[in-house]
Write a protein that binds this ligand. Structure first.
Ligand SMILES: Nc1ncnc2c1ncn2[C@@H]1O[C@H](COP(=O)(O)OP(=O)(O)OP(=O)(O)O)[C@@H](O)[C@H]1O
Ligand SMILES: [Mg+2]
Length: 264
């Protein structure tokens, strides 16, 4: 956005990344560059490999070939210990929320702080409160996850993801399964997080409205590669057949438009 601010090293860069499962190519020579501070949204049909892409970015999956760089460092050329350090620069909210049901909200959010820092009890308590305020759920530390609605659980998951003040946020389908009111609330939380933390962010979604609300850039993942990567207004106005097909498929999502699974 704005003037050409040429920051030398992108936050995340994938070069020629390929990954197959059981002989089926999911990523096929994928290239992607995310400049520091950019909010990238990746769209794509169900099963196309969006979660797989995100897991490559954070080093939970290793590419069959190609490079994954975080802040200019090839994460598979360093030791496991260094890779672990690099992972701590990320905050990830997983597609399935993944709160610990046996812990309170406060314990869930403080988990990474207690595990990875030497913060005092008071510092941890303050940071947890701050994170809950950022996701607009102040004061619910003592509640259990089972007492919360689906939308609130997602927001607590966000609070946990930002506890260590990550430089890079990864959101996998943050609004899927939520009603429009909770979706709007969550979008506002993402926008607020971006304003207050100014992180680099990669959000996976198949909700076009959400995409246009949180993105500086919108990319389309199709057949193993990033095919389109444009500012939201240009993406929306694009007459590229792949964009048109995706947008139409999204508005008429049913079995007839679902992609055929080709195996072998
Ligand atoms: N660990 C794994 N082992 C084997 N196959 C996998 C694994 N992870 C993903 N896959 C396969 O890779 C393909 C892409 O999966 P992925 O979860 O990335 O899709 P997606 O785009 O995130 O879909 P959705 O929109 O439904 O979340 C699927 O065919 C899936 O079955
Ligand atoms: Mg997924």
């Amino acid at each position: 956005m704005g003037a050409a601010d040429v920051t030398a090293v992108p936050a995340v860069r994938l070069t020629g990344v390929s990954k197959a499962f059981g002989g089926k190519n999911v990523l096929s020579g994928l290239d992607l560059e995310v400049p520091v501070g950019t909010s990238l949204v990746v769209l794509g049909k169900s099963g196309v490999g969006k979660s797989v892409l995100l897991k490559h970015v954070i080093g939970l999956l290793k590419p069959d070939s190609g490079r994954v760089e975080v802040g200019g460092v090839d994460i598979w050329s360093v030791s496991a210990r260094e890779r672990d350090q690099i992972r701590r620069r990320f905050g990830m909210s997983f597609q399935e929320g993944a709160l610990f049901d046996s812990m309170t909200v406060g314990e869930n959010i403080s988990f990474p702080l207690r595990r990875h820092t030497r913060m005092s009890v008071a510092q941890v308590r303050d940071r947890v409160a701050e994170c809950l305020e950022l996701v607009r759920l102040p004061g619910i530390e003592a509640k259990g996850p089972s007492e919360l609605s689906g939308g609130m659980r997602r927001r607590v998951g966000f609070a946990r993801a930002i506890a260590l003040k990550p430089e890079i946020l990864l959101f996998d389908e943050p609004t899927t399964g939520l009603d429009p009111i909770n979706t709007d609330a969550l979008v506002r939380v993402i926008q607020k997080l971006r304003e207050s933390l100014r992180p680099t962010a990669i959000t996976i979604t198949h909700d076009l409205k959400v995409a246009f609300q949180v993105a500086d850039r919108v990319a389309l993942l199709e057949a193993g590669r990033i095919r389109i990567d444009l500012p939201p207004a240009d993406f929306e106005a694009s007459d590229d057949p792949r964009v048109v097909a995706f947008v139409q498929g999204d508005s008429a999502m049913d079995e007839e438009t679902a992609p055929l699974e080709v195996s072998g």
